[in-house]
Design a protein around this ligand. Structure first.
Ligand code: NI
Length: 174
């Protein structure tokens, strides 16, 4: 296992359409997944997509702590060749961050309900419906596979900025 270097916005690998994984049983894919999980955990992120570690393949990992998702935790999930289907037109806007834009945040509208499927860590099929923050994380990570970073989804760039500065601008303690 290894902690991998994370590409930052501007690196061409983040703008590329990632290729499907041809052989999900390839041990090199298992190695990539293990390294992505270790890298995500070391960086304290909720999710990570393979292009963020300079590998242009359709692989994402994520987990959702209970505190972020109305009490419903989502265990560590691996998706190889994921497909996301929007379940209804409803969207909600919330602040997002990304390990490829360290220190920054911005308000991004996302579909509130999606269904996703892909292959899991052991090659088993995964299919789930997701709402709220869970749905948001899946959309954010899968966007990486299509070369899309969250600022491209922001209708109002006035909400884009450094977390430290924006915290300072908020009223109250802290
Ligand atoms: Ni990201």
């Amino acid at each position: 296992m290894a902690i991998l270097k994370i590409a930052r916005m501007g690196h061409p690998v983040l703008a590329r359409l990632a290729a499907p994984v041809a052989d999900p049983a390839d041990p090199a894919v298992a190695q990539l997944v293990a390294d992505m999980i270790e890298t995500m955990e070391a960086a304290g992120g909720a999710g990570l997509a393979a292009p963020q570690v300079h590998v242009s393949l359709r692989v994402v990992v994520f987990h959702v702590p209970a505190g972020r998702n109305e009490g419903e935790a989502v265990p560590l999930t691996v998706l190889i060749n994921p497909v996301v289907e929007v379940l209804d037109d409803g969207r909600e806007t919330a602040y997002e961050g990304c390990l490829s834009l360290p220190g920054l945040t911005g308000a991004v509208p996302r579909f509130t309900a999606v269904r996703y499927r892909g292959l899991g860590r052991d090659g088993e099929p995964v299919e789930r419906t997701a709402r709220g923050f869970h749905a948001r994380v899946v959309q954010h990570e899968c966007d990486h596979l299509d070369g899309v970073l969250y600022p491209a989804r922001m209708p109002d760039l006035a909400t884009f900025g450094f977390v430290e500065e924006m915290r300072r601008a908020l009223p109250g303690p802290g």
